[in-house]
Design a protein around this ligand. Structure first.
Ligand code: ATP
Ligand code: MG
Length: 183
């Protein structure tokens, strides 16, 4: 599984449709302060099912929608798509019938978020589980926020274990057990 494209439309400062090709190997994003580097990483987390507005540096989830600028009106919705090359068929069960996986999340003001895998409507949980099982996702240790290294150093052992479990790809199992216990 490999991320190959990130498409944004109306997400934070990316008001115009933006199509980013993610090449093989290491990708660096450079640019002046405030140009949208962190917004890109947040878009990646968001499409993977992040539901904490604070993780998006916002007060509410609708803050990810382009809020308007001096010369441009605000938008009513935001959309992010992540395209994954799945030729190796390493996606979790249920998502393995095609070479390309396209996950889309769209948020509309006063309506909330809707998710798709390809053309098919899915639940937030389906997308979150897909990435949890693939040992990546919005809380993945592969995505390192500003300040996260010092958090890791200062973390209590229990929280540090969570990070290791995420890296090992067993976070999805805990979530399933928790849900089973609630039933
Ligand atoms: P730095 O180098 O300082 O870390 P950066 O490249 O990471 O900067 P970001 O934090 O990604 O920059 O982008 C910040 C910009 O995004 C700000 O100009 C902010 O106004 C804009 N922005 C954030 N949310 C929205 C929104 N909902 N609508 C419009 N613009 C937004
Ligand atoms: Mg930044």
């Amino acid at each position: 599984m490999r991320f190959t494209r990130l498409r944004l439309n109306g997400f934070k400062s990316f008001v115009d449709p933006t199509d980013l090709v993610i090449a093989e190997g290491l990708t660096g994003v450079v640019g002046p302060n405030g140009c949208g580097k962190s917004n890109l990483l947040e878009a990646l987390r968001w499409v993977m099912g992040e539901n904490r507005p604070t993780a998006m540096r916002g007060g509410g989830m609708e803050d990810v929608i382009f809020a308007g600028a001096a010369t441009r009106p605000a938008r009513n919705h935001a959309e992010v798509s992540l395209v994954i090359d799945n030729q190796d068929r390493l996606a979790p069960a249920g998502f393995n019938d095609s070479d390309l996986l396209e996950i889309t999340r769209r948020i509309t003001r006063d309506v909330g978020s809707a998710y798709k895998v390809g053309p098919k409507d899915v639940r937030a949980r389906d997308v979150q589980m897909l990435f949890a099982d693939a040992a990546t996702g919005s809380t993945s240790p592969a995505l390192v926020r500003q300040g996260q290294i010092s958090e890791l150093i200062n973390a209590k052992p229990k929280n540090r274990r969570r990070i290791l479990e995420d890296a090992a790809g067993i976070a999805g199992l805990y979530q399933r057990r928790h849900e089973a216990e609630l039933k």
